[in-house]
Design a protein around this ligand. Sequence first.
Ligand code: GDD
Ligand code: MN
Length: 250
Amino acid sequence: MASGKGNKKKQEDSDKYSVLLPTYNERENLPLIVWLLVKYFGESGYNYEIIVIDDGSPDGTLQIAEQLQKIYGHDKIVLRPRPKKLGLGTAYIHGIKHATGNFIIIMDADLSHHPKFIPQFIEKQKEGGYDLISGTRYRGDGGVYGWDLRRKLISRGANFITQVLLRPGASDLTGSFRLYKKNVLESLVERCVSKGYVFQMEMIVRARQLGYTIGEVPISFVDRVYGESKLGGNEIVSFLKGLLTLFATT
Ligand code: GDD
Ligand code: MN
């Protein structure tokens, strides 16, 4: 394990970070994302655990996760599988129940979200005592790489409509690379009605409503190389429905 300056500095730090990794058919990506997480947490010296929530992936993601658990240890890799694909929103809820950290990091497992940004999230949180830190593709050095025009338009469009309708005061609403205080995330999840992709947006809109403080860190989102996105036409329709429900109820 790396023993840099960071390690010593943070030894007395009692904070613990639970990383939630929802997976559905991510067998190619999981070993690398876990390796990178272990590397960056090791270098920065923060205490952590990685919770893999696999939804019965037919490609054998869970078996890969079991091997990773043998390599890195049961205290670092925690497996909380579910029998079938039940959606991203409920995967997070399931993961939170098993998290032992006082902070929770949610991110995609397909390498679109690079673990190198996590130490920046943590430092930003400590700096301002924020309730949540949101990775943003739409500020500063943030950006999106590898998406076709269709995906870019959908993401920009969803952000734009939501900004106009709900004025949440955060630049990236649909992104899902975030750090939360655990109790804040729990209180948000309790109030969130949406499932699926709109969930991310509802979380940040509700956070603002409840007066939680939000810090932002620019991130680059790189489209997956292995496997495919689970965002289809159905998700877009349910996103719009969810947005309208939010508009009507907040
Ligand atoms: N357990 C579980 N169950 N995991 C899932 C499910 C599910 O039903 N559906 C997707 N995942 C996992 C994937 O394996 C991946 O780790 C992560 O959730 C994101 O899924 P992708 O399919 O890669 O999403 P995307 O790249 O199309 O969408 C990304 O960008 C959107 C818009 O910015 C995600 O970050 C979305 O959350 C985001 O809204
Ligand atoms: Mn993806």
